[in-house]
Design a binder for this molecule. Sequence first.
Ligand code: FES
Length: 359
Amino acid sequence: MENTLFGIENLDVYVVMGILIVFGLLEVISGQLKRSNRTASDWIQEVGSMLVLSVMIKPLIVFAVFTIGTSLWSETGLMLSGRSLWLTLPFYLLIDDVLQYWYHRSAHEYEFLWKLHRPHHQAEEMGFFISYRNAALYYLLMPNIWWVGTFVFLGGGKAVAIGLILKQLIIIGSHSTLKWDAPLYKIKALNPVMTFLERIIVTPAFHYAHHGKSKKDSISDPNGNFGNMFSIWDQFFGSAVFTRKYPTDLGLENDPKEHWTAAYLYPILASDNPNSEISRGYKKKNTITMSPQMVDLKQGEKYLWCQCGKSKNQPFCDGSHHGSKHKPLLFEAKRTGPARLCNCKLTKAGPFCDDAHLG
Ligand code: FES
């Protein structure tokens, strides 16, 4: 298995480790780590997941691809070797990133995958280690890791090595507390450059919005910005929300914290908290009623109206829509006083009742 870059064996591994060390040191020097409220459980989950991913899951998948590839398609192996990097690198990166976009988006829209990905969103603060905070099975099923194995099998090892370095730089940068883009937004002369850049790659501001707890802050959209390296997929597939602000309230609403073993090893292990989504037999109940709900609204205040019909706090969203294609509707109250909000979710005038429940 070829793994040399510019004549140096395992250079990609060293560079990725170097990126991690540099970001780690910068977070320490800037005092971010000192201010961190992460618990021991958070650290075990994040550092442990990164190590298992690097030394077990990725090599295992590459080994599996090589074993299957050489026994079934031995003549296809190395078909990319000798091809120009100008061709193989963009080809590798674009396929890799579009696969990850759809996998990540599916992890927000389908219940089982969401349970594997939600540890990533349980983190209430950012930091480069968050990049690796997912259940083990999430990584085993990740299509772009299988793509890495396939591309290396086809002889595109160099493109993979360079691609991984570029990708890690952007992904770790977008999770880091350093927010490298923030000072650049303040320089007026750089505005066109930054506008161009954020339309191509995922910036910290773009990705922080994805980690925000709720849309109520008018910055976050936990149901958007699914891109990893490139923001182009979010623009193509209608999930992009551009912002240059950073949410301060991160994590999940109504999050019953689980022990890291259950979060990391789900579904082999499950939570013993019956309120946890990853407890055995947990099912989100339908909370729709065939009558509107009277609520008191305050002028100028923002509310999230539940559209999924599963919230335990109807007619408002409580985050129960995660793991489905539904998302809440953000609205601002125009006046103070009682309002009739729809709770059958059939209204055409959401969030207000239009008597569709009578039809
Ligand atoms: S709980 Fe958020 S849309 Fe229903």
